[in-house]
Design a protein around this ligand. Sequence first.
Ligand SMILES: [Fe+2]
Ligand SMILES: [Fe+2]
Length: 201
Amino acid sequence: MDVTVQGGDGRPLNKEDLGLLRDIFIHSALMGIYVPFFYKAQFGDITEKYFPSLGIIHDVGRIISLLYLPGQYHEIEARRREDPLKSYFEHESKLGFADTSHCLLGMYFLDLWNLPYEYLDLIGAHHTRPAAGNETGKLCVVLEYTDRLITAIGASSAGAAADLRSFHCGGITTSFLEKAAASITGDRINIERELAADGIF
Ligand SMILES: [Fe+2]
Ligand SMILES: [Fe+2]
């Protein structure tokens, strides 16, 4: 398949930015698998209506940021290389990009592009842990820790040490998390293989 990805300036993305886009795809694909997995493990029930694409779409704002605000995106990525166990959002906030955060950009484009509207609040709050115990609150909690976990496990395979005991994932035990971490690592390898076979990245 011959696909060219263009940046906001209409030029094809360079190799570095294609690599960053690939990272978002891998992260989002893993979120697509593990948000429902942890939601079911923590709450024991199923909110099927959210699961077909929530994990895939949750970081749509990062794609927008990479394509249209590349200076901001590169600054955040430089910090992530120094401290890879922190989430994208933590670096984004610390660098003073709260007004153009990927959460806000994601909400804006979700509306503009007519993507599933029920995800609006979830995308806006997916790095926070709201106190409300309703469905949105529960999903935000799972999105928040699954995101941190997948980020930390990706960083672990790159050499940084993630301490799974420091993850507060509802009532989920450390041994359950260790098994999930091994599974996430295996899925990451499979996704990378599939992307390479497709020849897009
Ligand atoms: Fe995010
Ligand atoms: Fe994310």
